[in-house]
Design a protein. Structure first.
Length: 340
């Protein structure tokens, strides 16, 4: 029905009918108090102004005068009524029996050969025993013995056929690297001092100070070099002056939150650094560093990879979004350059 038809119907109602209709209509506005949504239906005359103390006294008097109901089970002092709780006892484990071997059995085991012990182990179901053979046995005898042991459940140790060589030591000449940095040698693009055994605090500071005025270096890898906050703060000053470093790896060091916060703060000014790795430090960092990283990366459009272990989901998600944005920008720029 339209509003005009509703108004026509309302004009046909008498004042008494309109009043009765108003008692059943709810404005359906949850913002209004209940007293305004529904008209009062109390027909009793007001008894007077509200007196809180008088009401409390009346309620106390009614409670005192109210007789208690008779209890189903009369109360008796020191007598428990109802079901009594009994603590369930734990099942006792059987005592551990110590195997007592006789002297004759011990003497037999001492004089038994390896083959006899292996046969005994297969009978009692002990697997994983390594079979040792003497040098006098031929290859055919060894193979036959191995097959026989396998049938009885004995497992022979076999050496892996894949020879994995140990990782070679980092043989980078630190003094030569420092000289090339100071002379701004154009052939020096990458510095890799990861896991270097001869690196110390003095040499590390020399390398970092030499980075300040260098314009050719692109990659700096200083992972596991025992770097501390002193060297980290010195590196921050070098990053502010250096405009060529694109990748920096500082993982597995002893940098605290102070040094990490200073390094992250350089991302607000540097426009060359694209890859930064700070994970796996000896001390855990707090959520304040994570929030700082998210705030700084919001205005940084250059960084493409940011290595830091996040414990808070909020900053982690924000940093992930900013890195996706920067990688999209880099991809669009790269495609435009290829088309030109």
């Amino acid at each position: 029905m339209s509003s005009s038809e509703d108004e026509a119907l309302l004009r046909q109602l008498s004042p008494e009918e309109l009043k009765e209709l108003g008692e059943y209509i709810d404005p359906e506005d949850h913002m209004l108090p209940a007293g305004f949504r529904q008209v009062t239906q109390t027909e009793k005359e007001p008894t007077g102004p509200y007196d809180r103390q008088h009401l409390l006294d009346h309620m106390k008097e009614e409670a005192v005068n109210l007789e208690d109901e008779d209890e189903y089970v009369p109360y008796e002092k020191n007598v428990k009524r109802g079901k009594v709780f009994v603590k369930r006892s734990k099942p006792k484990s059987p005592p551990t029996e110590i195997l007592d071997l006789s002297d004759e059995l011990l003497a037999a085991l001492d004089n038994a050969t390896d083959d006899e012990i292996a046969d005994l182990a297969s009978l009692i179901g002990v697997h994983g025993i390594v079979y040792y053979h003497s040098d006098d046995e031929s290859n055919d005898e060894i193979e036959e013995t191995i097959k026989d042991r396998r049938r009885k459940g004995i497992v022979k140790y076999t050496k892996s056929k894949v020879n994995v060589p140990d990782e070679p030591d980092n043989d980078t000449d630190i003094d030569k690297t420092i000289e090339m940095l100071k002379s701004n040698n154009p052939d020096l693009k990458v510095i890799n001092l990861n896991n270097h055994k001869e690196i110390n605090d003095a040499k590390l500071l020399e390398v970092i100070k030499a980075l300040s005025n260098n314009t050719t270096i692109k990659v700096v890898a200083l992972a596991n070099t025992n770097m501390r906050d002193v060297a980290a703060l010195e590196l921050c000053d070098a990053l502010k002056k250096n405009s060529s470093i694109e990748e920096l790896n500082l993982e597995s060091n002893h940098i605290t939150t102070v040094g990490l916060s200073a390094i992250v703060a350089t991302l607000a000014t540097t426009k060359a650094l694209k890859y930064l790795k700070l994970s796996n430090q000896s001390q855990s960092h707090g959520t304040r560093l994570e929030e700082q990283s998210a705030k700084i990366l919001e205005n940084n459009n250059v960084i493409l990879k940011f290595g830091l272990t996040f414990t808070s989901p909020g900053p982690r998600q924000l940093v992930h979004q900013y890195l996706l944005r920067n990688n999209d920008f880099a991809r669009v720029k790269r495609v435009a350059e290829e088309q030109e």
